[in-house]
Design a protein around this ligand. Sequence first.
Ligand SMILES: Cc1cc2nc3c(=O)[nH]c(=O)nc-3n(C[C@H](O)[C@H](O)[C@H](O)COP(=O)(O)OP(=O)(O)OC[C@H]3O[C@@H](n4cnc5c(N)ncnc54)[C@H](O)[C@@H]3O)c2cc1C
Length: 382
Amino acid sequence: MDVFERVPDDLASRGAGIGTHEELLAVLARLGIAMDERLGIKVGERVCVDRDGNELYRRAWGHTMSAWANVYRPLKDRFPAPRYHFGKAFASLAREGGEIAARFDDGSEARADLLIGADGLRSAVRGQLFPGLEPAYAGYVAWRSIVEESALPAASRQWLRDNYWFVLPPGEMMLCYQVPAKAPGSAPGLRDWNYVWYRPVAPQTLRDLCTDAAGRHHGAAMPPPLIRPDVIASLKHDARSLLAPQIAQIVERSQPFFQAIFDVESPRLALGRVVLLGDAAFVARPHVGMGVTKAALDALCLAQSIAASRGGLDTALERYDRLRGEFGRRCVARARRLGSYIEARANPGRGWSAQQLDQRPERLLHEVAAALSDIPELALEI
Ligand SMILES: Cc1cc2nc3c(=O)[nH]c(=O)nc-3n(C[C@H](O)[C@H](O)[C@H](O)COP(=O)(O)OP(=O)(O)OC[C@H]3O[C@@H](n4cnc5c(N)ncnc54)[C@H](O)[C@@H]3O)c2cc1C
């Protein structure tokens, strides 16, 4: 197997904090990767507070929080370096005889029995299989960042403890929790505060958000260094007026960046020896907190299907398509339900039901990033 990655340099410095699930840790453990204190930390209770820091709702929880790089780095370290090709952007595919030829934008080509498109939200492999299928903008963005714990005042650190915080301004959702420290060489046990703040942004306003100081427009994916200072100042201003002061301080001390939120549903995951996996296959809004787990389970299901079919690749791919297609569709639907009250703010005229607009902490603290084992509709065979 060979991996072809578009980015020319190591990816380990990228990404932000992520929540994990038991199922992801189990897949990593099969590969000999243990989520020790350097890679993942247990966070305490879920607590929802109002803008003054008064507690509204509390619930016991037991999350392991990690970071994208903490999953990526040990996986990459286990993969044979000569077979990992950087700076290779997939451009197109061709079916030739029994083989798939993948063509890259530098003019090179690779051939194999199977092409796995694991190229994320804007998958070029998906684009080849289903021309015209575009990610659907959900009407909101997630502002994110990480701040070293030591950058916060002692009183705030004491107040924040190791809880998983929710603040729910009308039509918004702010989550913040600790993750293992990101700075290279950080001692085990050191922590950063990670936040994800979902805010409604109408499509025309997203265009403004994605316009840099020189007036250049960047589609729906703004490179973080180009976000205009006035946009960041306005976010920090809103943090001071909408969030509990200790949580606003985290935003205040951060270098925020944002990601627009999308839904993607591929009609098929396997088509003529080409397979889609992870976000290339389905993008569920992050409220389910399981994009990385879903990608890992997709990979496990594909490997198990191939192993079980004893050489019958087409049978294996049919099994993969059926099982992971169903999981992906259910995951996208659940995430859409959880985010509908935020979407409704950017698109108020659509006749939303009371259930869709429900942003009670009692509901959200139970359902956001719930354990897979607590979600009957996702308890499917792999
Ligand atoms: C705000 C937010 C919060 C999130 N929180 C969580 C969370 O708490 N827990 C969780 O599990 N998930 C979370 N997710 C989702 C998670 O980040 C994704 O589901 C996950 O990264 C998908 O992994 P992937 O490998 O499929 O795609 P990606 O991580 O997008 O990786 C795709 C790779 O393909 C490469 N690539 C792209 N195009 C090409 C090309 N043409 N040729 C070659 N290479 C290419 C890219 O450079 C990249 O390395 C969150 C997402 C967002 C937006």
